[in-house]
Design a protein around this ligand. Structure first.
Ligand code: BG6
Ligand code: MG
Length: 220
């Protein structure tokens, strides 16, 4: 039985990938190497510091810890300046309808995001009231693909992990959901995202009935 639904934030509920990309690209430009959308795929779902480490590896750059802290702070400043003017118009297709439907069916929703900026984004897009629990990058020590973020979400909803369905657009997040023992619906294509129980290209392609069907039909 589906007793809780856990949503990743960036790339599932809101279209923030472009803002993350722009802010990381500015850092790469400053350091003098190119950083493409394809490179950016590796940063999705990954924590801020881990993302910086991957970025520096792509550029073949080694920096002292202090310098890395400065760059991470600089990236975050640029990112926050973008999301501080966000509104409900930046919710992805289907997000609002699905949250409303789950609420009317009394299925609790939780957020399971790596982002420390998650509370600001929920507030600016007006969806905070839909969540029974919010778990973000401020709450966990172990980032995705570790299952901690999703397990904590289930615990805060008081729902066993095996009764939860996760929506994820990043490989690290699909892996985390599987490790948590949850049913995982990938938002994206099977070629970019391995191991999910089902795939959709946006939340507009799902609803409570579909979520139940995927959960009940899972083989693994
Ligand atoms: C994830 C994003 O949700 O959050 C990553 O997919 C991002 O791109 C990570 O790096 C951490 O976000 P923040 O806002 O704490 O820097
Ligand atoms: Mg994501």
């Amino acid at each position: 039985e589906v007793r809780g639904v856990i949503f990743d934030l960036d790339g599932v509920l809101v279209d923030t990938a472009v803002h993350h990309f722009g802010a990381w690209k500015a850092i790469a430009d400053q350091l003098g190497f190119s950083f493409t959308e394809a490179h950016n795929e590796r940063l999705k779902g990954v924590s801020r510091m881990d993302s910086l480490n991957i970025l520096l590896e792509i550029g073949g750059v080694t920096l002292a810890e202090e310098e890395k802290q400065k760059l991470a702070a600089q990236k975050n400043e640029q990112y926050v300046s973008k999301i501080s003017t966000m509104d409900a118009g930046e919710l992805l297709p289907g997000a609002s309808n699905l949250l409303t439907e789950l609420q009317s069916e009394n299925i609790p929703a939780a957020l399971g995001s790596a982002s420390r900026n998650a509370p600001l984004i929920l507030k600016n897009t007006g969806i905070t009231p839909y969540f029974e629990a919010v778990v973000d990058g401020n709450d966990v020590e172990k980032a995705k693909p570790d299952p901690q973020v999703f397990l904590l979400g289930a615990e805060r909803m008081r729902v066993p992990p095996e009764d939860c369905v996760v929506f994820e657009d990043a490989q690290a997040g699909v892996d985390a959901g599987r490790k948590a023992g949850m049913t995982v619906i990938g938002v994206g294509s099977p070629s970019d995202l391995q191991g999910a129980h089902a795939y959709i290209s946006s939340l507009a392609e799902t609803n409570a009935a579909h979520i139940r069907k995927v959960h009940e039909g899972r083989q693994t």
